[in-house]
Design a protein around this ligand. Structure first.
Ligand code: AMP
Length: 183
């Protein structure tokens, strides 16, 4: 199975859940920028303080801050495969991480797009109850996804890396679809 992956898709599509499962079963490092940022926020670090208000509005944290986090994580990995979940969030981040991946001789092998209707996304996020999961912030995050993140679909399609998975149904059903497209 492929060893260096990106998970792409709207907020609420189940990227985090599916990424955790796959990483456990394939022994990949799960690099979720959302999780990494949330731990900075709860630790009360300078970085966390800078990110918190932006996250609570459902907007994107600055590229430079996120890139610094991702680069540190990737450099620390030796021969283990990885799954980037929630990164890149825009084309600038995708382009900025490429030189490092080239330098490390670790190109992305596949980009998994999780697809789900907006109505289901909103329902799922409201059930999750995270600090940034109230209705108006959710709508803002969907808007940010459409404007800034969705152009990555075309970007990775052009690079022949994109595989799409329907994200409705049970966790197990989606997990087996994900494995199928990566084999
Ligand atoms: P997530 O857990 O992926 O939904 O991310 C939660 C929040 O963290 C997002 O709404 C952003 O504010 C921030 N965030 C996560 N990943 C990134 C990224 N790659 N670039 C910018 N902001 C991010």
């Amino acid at each position: 199975m492929k060893q260096r992956l990106l998970f792409l898709g709207p907020p609420g599509a189940g990227k985090g859940t599916q990424a955790s499962l796959l990483c456990k079963s394939q022994d990949l490092r799960h690099l979720s920028t959302g999780d990494l940022l949330r731990s900075e926020v709860s630790a009360g670090s300078e970085l966390g303080k800078e990110a918190e208000a932006v996250m609570n509005r459902g907007e994107l944290v600055s590229d430079s801050l996120v890139l610094a986090i991702v680069k540190t994580q990737l450099k620390a990995l030796k021969n283990q495969g990885w799954l980037l979940d929630g990164f890149p969030r825009n084309v600038a981040q995708a382009k900025a991480i490429d030189p490092l991946l080239q330098e490390l001789s670790q190109p992305i092998e596949a980009v998994v797009l999780l697809e789900l209707d907006d109505s289901v996304l909103i329902e799922r996020m409201l059930l999750r109850g995270r600090a940034d999961d109230n209705k108006s912030v959710i709508l803002n995050r969907l808007e940010v996804y459409r404007e800034q993140t969705a152009p990555l679909i075309r970007h990775y399609e052009n690079l022949n890396l994109l595989v799409s998975v329907k994200a409705q149904g049970s966790v197990e059903t989606v997990a087996s679809r994900v494995k199928e497209v990566l084999n």
